[in-house]
Design a protein around this ligand. Structure first.
Ligand code: SAM
Length: 297
């Protein structure tokens, strides 16, 4: 456990019901000089997409002349507020190449473009979600935003490996049937030292490493514990992973590409270790592995 996490845990013990809150600002508005027909066109496109997207309109977005409500509300701005407050990402992204993976409506995409990123990859596997991000790109005239329909698992065929300074993986990790492969893909895209920011559902437990099977409720395959997220980041070649819960079942994580060119990951058991005992001894102790109170054992 890092010192920062220890302080966080102590704070959480003292103030068990208090979670940090910070609402990020939404600085974007449509050009006030835009003719009414242009505003009407953007509004109609948003309403049309809200009606025909499988999950409706995603994030609530203030366009200036009107607000398009979405079922995800302002959650993306809460995330931005906390990342800013904790200094977990830079306020200026000038010159950076970044990705918003699982972008949905593209709220984070738009903010990163507004903060000066040279290139923002807005990635989603669902075309109607990318169309929502396209509405934002058009409405706010966002330069450098590249819309990419792709699964997480195939991203390295579309985005050059080791080309990104930062990846935002918000609300996506637990939708991945294979979280490790998803994290490995994020690592492939990042430059050495690049930053990975994760927002996820989770179990607030920093002592035991497990992931509940989500039964695909709400499209969720998993509900990982805080330690599980840290462990997975460490196994997939990230360092300085830190996890903070900001709601009883939601957390943010920050991790940095550890600089190694490759890591010895295999999807099965054909790992290439010098000894079958593995380079490092790890525990299968139920007090660490199982999502139960140790005293029950
Ligand atoms: C809960 S939404 C999160 C939206 C946004 N990032 C946020 O934080 O508000 C999850 C998004 O990830 C996308 N997604 C889920 N699994 C994916 C995958 N394997 N590849 C690409 N996109 C995926 C979904 O289509 C959806 O738009």
């Amino acid at each position: 456990m890092t010192i920062s996490e220890l302080c966080w845990e102590v704070r959480r013990k003292i103030l068990p019901r208090s979670y940090p809150r910070a609402m990020g600002e939404w600085p974007l508005r449509m050009d006030p000089a835009a003719p009414p027909e242009r505003v009407a066109e953007i509004r109609a496109r948003a309403a049309d997409l809200a009606g025909r997207s499988q999950y409706g309109w995603g994030q609530t977005v203030d366009f200036g002349p009107f607000v398009q409500e979405g079922f995800l509300g302002h959650g993306y701005l809460e995330i931005v507020g906390l990342l800013d407050r904790w200094g977990w990402w830079p306020r200026s992204l000038a010159g950076q190449a970044v990705a918003d993976v699982g972008c949905f409506t593209g709220g984070h995409t738009a903010l990163m473009a507004h903060r000066g990123a040279r290139r923002v990859w807005a990635v989603d596997e669902l075309p109607e979600h990318l169309e929502q991000a396209r509405v934002l790109r058009d409405a706010f005239g966002l330069a450098g935003v590249e819309l990419l329909q792709s699964s997480v698992y195939e991203l390295d065929t579309a985005i050059a490996p080791a080309s990104l300074d930062m990846v935002v993986l918000s609300g996506v990790l637990y939708h991945l049937s294979d979280m490790l492969v998803g994290l490995l893909m994020m690592r492939r895209l990042l430059k050495p030292g690049g930053l990975l920011l994760i927002e996820s559902n989770g179990v607030e437990d920093s002592r035991r490493s497990f992931a509940n099977f989500g039964r695909y409720w709400g499209g969720m395959w998993w509900q990982p514990s805080g330690l599980c997220i840290r462990d997975m980041c460490a196994f997939m070649g990230f360092e300085a992973a830190e996890v903070r819960f900001y709601k009883p079942d939601r957390c943010l994580a920050r991790a940095v590409h550890d600089g190694r060119a490759e890591i010895p990951f295999k999807r099965g058991m054909n790992w290439d270790f010098a000894s079958l005992a593995d380079a490092e001894r790890r525990t299968m102790d139920r007090r660490v592995m199982a999502p139960v109170r140790p005293r029950l054992w």
